[in-house]
Write a new protein. Sequence first.
Length: 338
Amino acid sequence: LVSIPSADDRFGGSMETNVVLRSDGHLTWDSPAITKSSCKVDVSYFPFDGQQCPLTFGSWTYNGNQIDLRHQRDTGDLKDFVENVEWEVLGMPATRNVITYGCCSEPYPDVTYTLLLRRRASFYIFNLLLPCIMVSFLAPLGFYLPADSGEKVSLGVTVLLALTVFQLLVAESMPPSESVPLIGKYYIATMTMITASTALTIFIMNVHHCGPGARPVPPWARWLILHHMAWLCCVHEVGESCKSPRQAQGRGDTVGDNPREGEVDAEAGGCPRDRCLCHHHGLLRNVNYITSCFRRHRANQRRTSEWKKVAKVMDRFFMWVFFLMVFLMSVLVLGQAA
């Protein structure tokens, strides 16, 4: 007998094993071997995927009329199975198939053992999925940052870079496949959402920083955003409450509303008109000029504050919208995994 290593596909010859000879002429020769097999891996639900690897044993030399190949038990023997840290074996059912090929009329039986595997997902949940979910919940908080802080766009870009790193880690831990895994779809959807939130943040900051030369807030925006959406998102100024009716826009200072408020009733005050400086025409013109400048300044200030409030309401509205989107995507991923 020739000694050949029993590993992989190098056991084509005889091996040094004993042959059991019985009195009735039956021979029993056990030839142990270690084989390696490959099967198609479907990573569509990675890291919550399960695989089925069929192992088919049959003879190409002898047909079914010469060798009747059958399995003794319905399942494979897994008593000596060594536990794996990544895969869990659910079972190994056995089935017998009889196939008649086109070249020959004789049947060829084979026994197929299907190895049922399930990936242990704890490592991927705590190292890839949960960090991604926590980072994705930071994206809507970019709308909550004040526009004057200067960190709104930086937060969105930082979250986007963090998700890109996690996506690269997922790509390295997966076998090459044409199908996109479930966690990869979640990463792509989250990155798309963060890109959209960053673009919306830039637009809202542009609205927030409208200068005094900007046009007044359109009536439809005043009605929709400053009244209804502000009440819905509970956005109010200091001294206002989101539960009470909103105060009318533009109500406030009465200083400078009357162009002739600087004039003083001389007779009521007891000051003669020909001797009181309040009735000097030059002084009256200066007072009117100061009043008109103050009025224009307050109007520009009011217009700027209205645009800032429009930006604030849009920030809060999109914050809740993106929070809802992140929550629904997370529930959808976990639901499909279940």
